[in-house]
Design a protein. Structure first.
Length: 430
């Protein structure tokens, strides 16, 4: 795969931050023999396990750096555990393994004739506390890890074992940060985080050939989704009931296009971003105009306290569900056959520790959409279950929707629907 194809894959996958190439693998039994939590009582296993790891790394070295003599090297070692709150991460991977790989590359490269072999030093306090992040994507640029003989090595722990690899490409997080934090209009309380905006867009599965693909957000608010859609190269359209948001979205898209050094004509800005209630959006386009519709309507009032379940249920029935229904009907009309609608709907925590959500799947089916299963955990490694922190709990199951973190009063539930292509009429047999 070429670097360009990998870059395209990154866009296709949405909010991916790093892509690495896996070079070698050590099964989990051998690896934990070499790096147990309790070294003192497992000396013999540690000795043989480490000899195996040593030999594997020696092969890895020559695969990554075919020429070593008289060269200078800089290595950043990034460890990805199965879960950051896994005790094995703190007590073995950070406590022993990180030190081991730093020392290994430092001494082995010099033994093989390198002039210099330096490694990235993490802050000591992070190492001691065990709260260590792998190096951040922007460090890839800061430390020029794309240059020859400068590399970020990846150690990815799974339930099967440890994969070794090196980073090939990262998303330019500083650019995305500017797009998000420096934009002129950002007073909206429900602004979708850029990573969710990009994830929703990636659900449409239109990348990598995005040129001239039209995507539309009919509840655009401050325009986050279409701003990132524009960054990814789509032709974007947005509307909202509130004209102040329309003015703000236009400013944000203009700002993004300046940042991208690809100015957008005023005429396009005025035509593609317009004020409309969801009920009327079909009046602005011909049917089957869009390659993708992507949105975050939510439509919930912001309240300090957890609402009463009965009152909230009534509110959802009277105020929220009808707008979501309208939204899905309009989307069905405006999507090309075979194309997708990706959106967010609220899950509301109520008093009495209950949660309410919208009957999206049944509404979607009645309109004619097919729901796409969003996550199957079958292929994911078993995650550590920490009773103190339920966010790491992962049940092996198939999900028709997925939702974000558990710390807020209103959670985001993600859905993906497809407008089926009409069935071809069967040719009559004579
Ligand atoms: C959750 S916000 C969207 C925020 C947006 N994703 C962002 O990042 O800024 C929902 C938007 O829906 C708009 N809205 C509410 N009711 C609407 C309706 N009936 N038709 C169209 N837009 C509506 C609101 O004005 C608000 O801007």
């Amino acid at each position: 795969m070429s670097i360009k194809q990998i870059g395209n894959l990154m866009v296709f996958l949405g909010s991916v931050q790093k892509i690495g190439e896996m070079i070698d693998f050590i099964d989990s039994e051998t690896f934990t023999d070499a790096f147990p939590i309790d070294i003192e009582n497992n000396r013999a296993k540690v000795f043989s396990g480490r000899r195996y790891v040593d030999n594997t790394l020696k092969d890895v070295v020559y695969e990554i750096f075919p020429n070593i003599k008289n060269k200078k090297f800089f290595i950043a070692n990034s460890i990805y555990p199965t879960a950051f709150n896994d005790p094995y991460y703190k007590q073995s991977l950070v406590a022993y393994f990180l030190h081991y790989v730093n020392k290994f590359f430092n001494t082995y490269l010099k033994e093989q004739g390198a002039k210099q072999a330096i490694y990235y030093r993490y802050p000591q306090k992070n190492i001691e506390s065990g709260k260590l992040n792998p190096i951040f994507p922007h460090h890839f640029f800061t430390y020029r890890l794309y240059e020859p003989n400068r590399v970020e090595l990846l150690y990815c722990m799974t339930s099967e074992g440890m994969y070794f690899g090196k980073t090939i490409t990262v998303a330019d997080s500083n650019f995305q940060k500017d797009m998000d934090e420096e934009r002129p209009f950002k007073e909206f309380k429900f602004t979708i985080p850029p990573k969710f905006a990009k994830t929703l867009i990636s659900f449409l599965q239109l990348a990598p050939s995005v040129k001239n693909k039209k995507i539309y957000d009919p509840f655009c608010g401050s325009g986050t989704i279409i701003q990132f859609g524009h960054m990814l190269g789509y032709t974007v359209f947005g509307s909202d009931i509130d004209n102040n948001y329309i003015k703000g979205t236009r400013k944000n898209i203009e700002f993004a296009s300046q940042l991208l050094e690809d100015p957008i004509p005023q005429k396009v800005l005025m035509e593609n971003i317009f004020q409309s209630d969801i009920s009327d959006v079909h009046k602005h386009f011909s049917p089957e105009s869009f390659d993708g519709i992507v949105s975050e309507p939510i439509l919930m009032p912001i309240s300090e306290n957890l609402p009463n379940i009965r009152k909230m249920d009534e509110f959802l029935i009277s105020d929220v569900i009808p707008i979501y229904k309208k939204f899905m009907e309009q989307a069905f009309l405006l999507l090309k056959p075979g194309r997708k609608l990706a959106f967010v709907s609220p899950i509301i925590k109520t008093s009495g520790n209950s949660r309410l959500n919208l009957p999206i799947n049944s509404m979607a089916e009645k309109i004619g959409f097919k729901t796409i299963q969003l996550l199957s955990t079958d292929h994911l490694p078993e995650k550590t279950v920490d009773p103190e922190n339920s966010s790491f709990e992962l049940h092996r199951t198939k999900f028709k929707s997925i939702f974000d973190g558990s710390s807020k009063k209103i959670l985001r539930e993600f859905f993906l629907l497809v407008k089926p292509k009409p069935k071809k009429a069967n040719k009559k047999k004579n």
